[in-house]
Design a protein. Structure first.
Length: 421
């Protein structure tokens, strides 16, 4: 019997036949949505027989919604995600000149999906620009509602830009705007509450999965009261609310300054042996370099919105690109979660059978894990590992792999299903 996912006592309660709203998506969305569902359904059937099943419910957004309703993001779609809590979506094209900055951002803001979770792992056989992609195993927690993506901007020449400029100069005494008459302005809100809930989610995730570290990535050396505050709030939270489960780099430095580096190393090693999560921080530009040179030094990444955008795409490129990179937008407090393909709509190849559904499939695997259906999720991981290892892939990967076999979207999906052992 189908029923709704609920939240009780801050835990999600998942029925055996949960209703899962899905947005087909624009462009190649229609090419990858149904095939992805086919893989997930096969995995659930393989793992649980008929005792569990995902009940798919289509809701509208993007061009398909506009053609049918005259709106790009109908209220009925928002209501469906509010009602059923967990859903999945294909890529959406942001309409030009329609007053909507981004349909994806609109969904995140409306449902307060404050975590953008992007796990990054390599599948054997997938081409990579780095020498040892198997060392890449990171989980990015990108703050989803603040920072530059809050959308508070004023275009030069406009009345609001002039008001803001005059306020900064006349009321706040700002004298560092080099070209005030031609400057546009953007505001970067970073709150303690927003930072703490993101970092708390990252710490809980690391602890639950027994991962070794959480890295706070920031540009606090320059933006001291926003990104620097993010770092400090993260350390404060770890040392106060997770004192028995973490050891911070700030604590290490304090011990080193008072008792010496040798004593600090002893305490650090004891914390690692005890299974504590090591919480550290890295400046953003240094992290982008270090993640390439020493990816094994980082596990869970907690960072702000704009940094997370850069980091997510770089790490994805290290393991084969965003075409096989999954993503999710989650509110861990209320239980809302929308899993999504992380790539664009690729209209040039829509309907050609060339689309790679891997990103949406792996986002569906994240959905299965969120529901607690780990056995089904493992079936998909295992089957995709076998498929990539056999070099039987879609056009995007075929062009990069020697000795590969070219498959259409549907053939690739059938290969994955056939490899579920």
């Amino acid at each position: 019997m189908t029923s709704k996912i609920k939240v009780e006592n801050k835990k999600i309660i998942v029925p055996d036949y949960p209703i899962i709203p899905f947005i087909e998506g624009d462009g190649i969305g229609k090419d990858i949505s149904s095939p992805s569902q086919k893989v997930l359904d096969a995995a659930v059937l393989k793992a649980y027989g008929t005792s569990k099943k995902l009940e798919w419910k289509e809701v509208l957004a993007g061009e398909k919604a506009f053609n049918q309703t005259g709106e790009y993001l109908p209220q009925e779609t928002i209501d469906a995600f509010n009602e059923y809590l967990v859903g999945i979506k294909g890529p959406l094209q942001t309409p030009v000149g329609e007053g909507i900055r981004s349909l994806n951002v609109a969904l995140r803001q409306t449902l307060d999906l404050f975590v953008c979770l992007r796990p990054v792992r390599w599948f054997k056989g997938v081409p990579s620009p780095i020498r040892y992609p198997s060392l890449v195993d990171m989980h990015i927690f990108r703050e989803n509602t603040e920072d530059i993506y809050a959308g508070i901007e004023y275009m030069t020449g406009g009345i609001d830009a002039k008001k803001f400029r005059d306020f900064l100069i006349n009321e706040m005494g700002v004298d560092k705007i080099r070209f005030p008459e031609s400057s546009s302005f953007g505001i970067k809100p970073v709150s303690k509450e927003g930072s703490e809930r993101l970092i708390r989610a990252a710490l809980n995730y690391a602890i639950k999965r027994e991962l070794p570290s959480v890295t706070l990535v920031h540009k606090g050396n320059i933006m001291k009261y926003t990104e620097g505050a993010f770092k400090n709030w993260g350390y404060d939270l770890a040392e106060k609310d997770f004192a028995n489960q973490t050891f911070t780099w700030r604590q290490y430095e304090k011990i080193a300054s008072t008792k010496g580096k040798e004593e600090a190393e002893i305490v650090l090693n004891e914390a690692k042996k005890a299974g504590r999560v090591i919480v550290k921080d890295v400046i953003t530009d240094a992290f982008l370099q270090e993640s390439l040179l020493k990816p094994f030094n980082h596990s869970v990444i907690a960072t702000m919105n704009l940094n997370g955008d850069y980091i997510s795409d770089q790490l994805a490129a290290m393991v084969g690109g965003i075409g096989i990179s999954p993503g999710a937008n989650i509110n861990y407090k209320k239980g809302y979660a929308i899993f999504e393909a992380t790539h664009g709509t690729a209209p040039a190849i829509a309907g050609t059978g060339k689309a790679n559904p891997s990103s949406l499939i792996l986002s569906g695997v994240m959905l299965l894990e969120y529901l607690g259906w780990y056995k089904a999720a493992e079936h998909v991981y295992d089957a995709m590992e076998h498929t990539f290892a056999k070099r039987r892939v879609t056009e995007d990967l075929y062009a990069q792999m020697e000795g590969a076999t070219l498959l259409s979207t549907s053939e690739f999906v059938d290969e994955i299903v056939g490899n579920m052992h």
